[in-house]
Design a protein around this ligand. Structure first.
Ligand code: BMA
Length: 338
């Protein structure tokens, strides 16, 4: 286990599966890094939409550039997954004249029985976040809205609040926050998923004791009687860190955090764990892959028995699963932990 300083640990209630639940070896097509997936229960099975960066190997990176596809997998138990042969999107199909370059980091939210994807979207004129409808077979997407540039990592809440759709998002205020990665977590509402407004700050980097760089949304929130149980990713940066994967230097560590947002007004944080929910610790999280020490959750499922499954990309290379009891996760947000 290659720990970074300061050492950060996952909450005691977190149980990690020893091995990833999805890797490049499971793909029936060209795949190098399968990670940052969205997961939901839909029509009696578990569905996963994931990111696949393919093309280069550690030996010919960065001379050879990645292409990105968005793939689809299903499962009966949320643990054993089958990848479908056809992808939802592949950047090899875009034309040089297209404005869109690639889609990635999908999250799935089912609202009133209908699945939606939120995805990051690289374009020739900036990084945007988009919301797409997807058909019930998860084959065709229809992008219904995209943010202005310098915003991404969106997640939709699973139901309307006070008659409006709600999303968490992460704009990049490069001028007003000192030209550094000081990116915070915001919330906007919409009457129709197309027009977004009433934008408010929810959580800032300074509010998270284990972040010194940036934070952003993770999995779509789960409704509980204590509030919206909401994960986020948090980044701490250390200029002295050297090689941590394929690149010459990788100075960032990504952890998952957890908080509760007010049921009626989710701009209000009603509780937050002062320590990470999930920190990089295992072999796949700290010693393997493209960018080590990256935990990036995109899916969270509450099972009928109170178990919560949390899916996260590890090291920008594989997709992992951890579980915890709902009551323990709520307690983390409301109690002090040493
Ligand atoms: C973020 C996103 C994620 C990625 C992370 C770590 O900015 O690009 O897709 O997992 O960096 O590389």
């Amino acid at each position: 286990m290659k720990m970074l300083s300061p050492e950060l640990h996952s909450a005691p209630c977190i149980k990690k599966f020893e091995k990833p639940v999805l890797t490049k070896d499971d793909a029936p097509y060209d795949a190098s890094l399968i990670f940052n997936a969205g997961v939901a229960k839909y029509n009696g099975q578990y569905v996963m939409v994931f990111r696949n960066d393919y093309g280069p190997t550690e030996q010919n990176y960065p001379e050879k550039r990645f292409k990105t596809s968005v793939g689809f997998a299903t499962s009966d138990d949320g643990i054993n997954w089958r990848i479908r042969e056809t992808t939802i999107f592949d950047s090899k199909d875009v034309l040089p004249t297209d404005e869109l370059i690639r889609l990635y980091d999908p999250r799935i939210t089912v609202i009133e029985g209908k699945p939606y994807l939120c995805m990051a979207m690289d374009t020739h004129h900036g990084v945007r976040g988009c919301i797409a409808e997807i058909d019930e077979n998860f084959e065709r997407i229809n992008i219904i809205s995209a943010s202005a540039p310098d915003n991404r990592n969106m997640v939709l809440f699973p139901e309307k609040i006070n008659g409006k759709y709600v999303r968490l998002e992460r704009p990049f205020p490069v001028y007003s926050r000192g030209g550094k990665d000081r990116f915070d977590l915001w919330l906007s509402t919409s009457p129709d998923l197309v027009y977004w407004g009433e934008t408010e700050l929810v959580l800032a980097v300074e509010d998270v004791p284990f972040a010194n760089d940036k934070i952003g949304p993770a999995a779509p929130p789960i409704k509980t009687d204590k509030g919206w149980l909401t994960t986020f990713h948090s980044v701490d940066r250390d200029e002295t860190r050297g090689k941590n994967g394929w690149e010459k230097t990788w100075k960032k560590r990504y952890c998952a955090g957890i908080m509760l947002l007010d049921l009626e007004d989710p701009t209000k944080v009603v509780g937050m764990s002062k320590l990470p929910l999930i920190a990089p610790e295992t072999y796949y999280e700290t010693e393997y892959g493209f960018r080590q020490h990256v935990i990036f959750p995109g899916g969270m499922i509450l099972e009928p028995d109170g178990e919560v499954k949390i899916y996260y990309g590890a090291s920008d290379t594989v997709e992992c699963l951890a579980t915890a009891k709902l009551d323990d996760l709520i307690a983390l947000c409301t109690e002090k932990r040493k």
